[in-house]
Design a protein around this ligand. Structure first.
Ligand code: FES
Ligand code: FES
Length: 258
């Protein structure tokens, strides 16, 4: 049931929209998830509040407090999906718990923005979905691990993870695939160091990092090869560069993300 009412104070109490720093690159989270959700306390983000108020006939914009469940429409993997959530519901919980049918490929591990298992794309950028309110994602494009590839197909990154045996228990794998994909989307010829930085916000307790890095480099080579094949006179210099980076990277085996 939807209930929207003014808090009457004239002071805007808004959720912290910045509470979902984008991996990769050495994530530091000044606000814990507990503090973040406590601060959210049933008050939705400003943009969403504005949208909801605007949707009510005769309503005037201003600070509002949301309570109970509200129905929002999220664009997930190219589809409009309606879902009932509380204003404090994270995007991760919306995906895994409230959506029907649920999308459980995105994993909950730490729930506090430190492991990266919950990584999804928001407007193409990787984010921790455990640190983002679902209501703040209205109007944005959400891509989960289920939406990376077409039906019955795998992306080059997913194929490379399989080929390189880059997983054990698999809990970290969707998040790592998303982070590697984001990295290679920007630069298919990313070096080993760049891949390590891109996945530095993802933790694998099983220690599959060397295989993950191998998979990422292999996927980058494949993406480049495919692009070169489509480009008349294309070269494969990027792949060669990566191989040099890979072969000249002692100490990667058994290491952890930077
Ligand atoms: S579950 Fe979101 S970062 Fe660990
Ligand atoms: S494969 Fe088990 S946590 Fe990474």
């Amino acid at each position: 049931m939807t209930r929207i009412e003014s808090d009457g104070s004239g002071n805007s109490q808004r959720a912290t929209p910045a509470a979902g720093p984008n991996p990769p690159a050495g994530l530091k989270h000044p606000v814990s998830r507990r503090a973040f959700l406590k601060g959210a306390g049933g008050v939705a983000g400003a943009g969403m509040v504005g949208d909801l108020v605007a949707a009510q006939p005769g309503a005037t914009p201003g600070p509002v407090r949301l309570a109970g469940k509200i129905q929002v429409e999220l664009s997930i993997n190219g589809q409009a999906r309606k879902v009932e959530v509380e204003p404090r519901t994270t995007l991760l919980d919306a995906l895994r718990v409230h959506l029907d049918p649920a999308l459980t490929g995105t994993k909950l591990v730490c729930g506090m923005g430190s492991c990266g298992a919950c990584t999804v794309f928001l407007d193409g950028q990787p984010i921790y979905s455990c640190l983002r309110l679902a209501v703040d994602c209205v109007g944005k494009q959400i891509t989960t691990i289920e939406g990376l590839a077409g039906a019955g197909a795998l992306t080059p990154v997913q194929e490379a993870f399989v080929d390189c045996d880059a997983l054990m228990c698999g809990f970290c794998t969707p998040g790592l695939v998303m982070s590697v994909t984001a990295c290679l989307n920007k630069n298919p010829s990313a070096s080993l160091d760049e891949i390590r930085r891109a996945t530095s916000g993802n933790t694998c307790r099983c220690g599959t990092y060397p295989f993950v890095f191998d998979a990422a480099l292999a996927a980058g080579r494949r993406i480049q090869d495919e692009r070169n094949a489509l480009t008349p006179g294309g070269t494969n210099e990027g792949a060669s560069g990566r191989e040099k980076a890979s072969s000249g990277a002692p100490g990667v085996k058994g290491g952890s993300p930077q």
